[in-house]
Design a protein around this ligand. Structure first.
Ligand SMILES: [Zn+2]
Length: 464
């Protein structure tokens, strides 16, 4: 079976995977609770003869499915978690399927399923061609809280990979040359002394005062951090009632920057601010790191192979009905946002492909735990059109798109791109694996990967 027949098999079998993505979209589950999606994918992969390693790092929904033997070992990364509160029907008006329920506003119903589709297609080609090597699908939980892959990495499941491929739903088709930001997700918990706020305020020490002073300090820090870095926070506990001086108050921070070193430095300074706030208010503070993914490292040789294969995959064609639906959906978005999106992407439903090498070395806002994998093994990411131009991720319009035929078409393009690329990697076309590894060595400067989540946290369940 050549690459053409691989593609023919994928075209003939795509409805099965559309059904899988649709089912996951209809059963959205938030981080670490992806039991339905994880089981659905594991059962399918087991049926197809993959060996399954379940509950990686004691996380029930994390798994690895493997087929074949020996080298090379090619990994395809999948995700399946949804976002809280983003429930939506496939509709051009905001309409929640379940009141305040979760929804696939980031398209991870498509993300994971495309990986399953790709590895099952690869299994066929490996059998027919008697190809040596191993393919793996990684069922990765909790990308939205940026930690699932970090816990999997702590178990060493990515260590023997020759490379990893992944993708993300988007509004156009391209290989990702930019690097996504490193980020730390950290919670600060202050403890004060409660008292009657009117009768004996002098006897109290407010934990909420400490949170507010910490936020003031952090806002002053903004002027003195590197360009493109981000500080955002939410107060998760501000006390119980105005007439009780709050004994407990908590604030949850995300700090982001282009590299992990930069985030480490910001974190060092924010920790001082937290200590300062505690000192000023005579309260105590403790912190806990929830997630700390690395920035993603792109890989040119892998990106080139992914781009070449994206062009070999079936082109995207959208029907008039899909175009009309997309037009109506985009009308619900602020025109200024749509105008800005149209500056980089002219088509409403993009079917062209971009390989914008001028973006190499640039950083892109947003973070992912794929960053961790990219510091362990050479990793490449493609994006495909799964929503109309102007739709922003993590919105109801995105949830609607990722449950529609537009989303499914983009998913199949991603599955084909990854399967065709993995085929080239299995036969090590043009010695690409060695080239990828050479570049990986240069980019990582030989630094070994160490998980950003402290060693004392062995598994997600321990601190969730
Ligand atoms: Zn996502």
């Amino acid at each position: 079976m050549s690459k053409e027949t691989l593609l023919q098999w994928m075209t003939a079998n795509e409805t099965k995977f559309t059904a899988m993505a649709q089912k996951i979209w209809e059963h959205p589950e938030v981080a670490y609770e992806e039991n339905y999606a994880s089981k659905l994918q594991k059962v399918k992969l087991k049926e197809e003869g993959f060996s399954i390693q379940s509950s990686i790092g004691s996380i029930p929904t994390a798994f690895v499915a493997e087929y074949g033997s020996g080298k090379p070992i090619i990994g395809i990364l999948g995700e399946f978690d949804a976002l809280p509160g983003l429930s939506q029907t496939v509709n051009i008006v905001q309409e929640q399927a379940v009141s305040n329920g979760p929804g696939h506003g980031c398209g991870h119903n498509l993300l994971g399923t495309a990986g399953v589709e790709a590895v099952i297609a690869l299994k066929k080609v490996m059998n027919d061609h008697h190809l040596n090597g191993t393919i793996r699908y990684y069922g990765c939980p909790a990308e939205e809280v940026l930690s699932g892959k970090t816990y999997m990495a702590k178990e060493g499941v990515f260590d023997d990979l020759d490379c990893a491929l992944t993708w993300h739903p988007w509004t156009s088709n391209f290989v990702l040359h930019k690097s996504m930001q490193s980020a730390v997700s950290i919670k600060y918990h202050f403890k004060g002394t409660p008292t009657h706020a009117a009768a004996s305020p002098h006897a109290g020490r407010s934990a909420l005062d400490a949170v507010e002073l910490m936020n003031v300090g952090s806002n002053y820090l903004r002027e003195h951090i590197v360009d493109g870095a981000r500080i955002h926070y939410v107060t998760t506990n501000g006390g119980l009632s105005p007439n009780i001086v709050p004994e407990h108050a908590s604030v949850w921070y995300y700090l982001r920057a282009a590299t992990k070193e930069q985030v480490d430095d910001m974190l060092r300074r924010v920790e001082k601010i937290a200590q300062g706030a505690a000192l000023m208010t005579e309260t105590e503070v403790r912190s806990e790191i929830e997630a700390f993914p690395y920035n993603t490292l792109p890989n040119d040789p892998l990106n080139e192979i992914m781009f070449d294969n994206m062009k070999c995959a079936n082109s995207l064609h959208f029907t008039n009905e899909e175009k009309k639906w997309a037009e109506a959906l985009v009308k619900t978005i602020d025109p200024a946002i749509v105008k800005a999106a149209n500056e980089t992407e002219k088509e409403l439903l993009s079917s062209s492909y971009q390989n914008d090498t001028s973006t190499k070395g640039k950083s892109m806002s947003g973070s992912t735990d794929v960053g961790d994998v990219s510091w362990i093994t050479p990793t490449a990411t493609v994006m495909t059109t799964c929503a109309p131009t102007g739709v922003q991720l993590h919105t109801w319009q995105a949830t609607a798109s990722f449950g529609s035929s537009i989303g499914f078409k983009g998913m199949h393009l991603a599955a084909q791109t990854m399967a065709l690329s993995a085929y080239d990697l299995l036969i090590n076309k043009d010695d690409v694996l060695n080239k990828a590894k050479e570049e990986f060595k240069i980019r990582t400067e030989g630094k070994p990967y160490t998980a950003g989540i402290p060693a004392k946290f062995k598994q997600a369940a321990e601190f969730r």
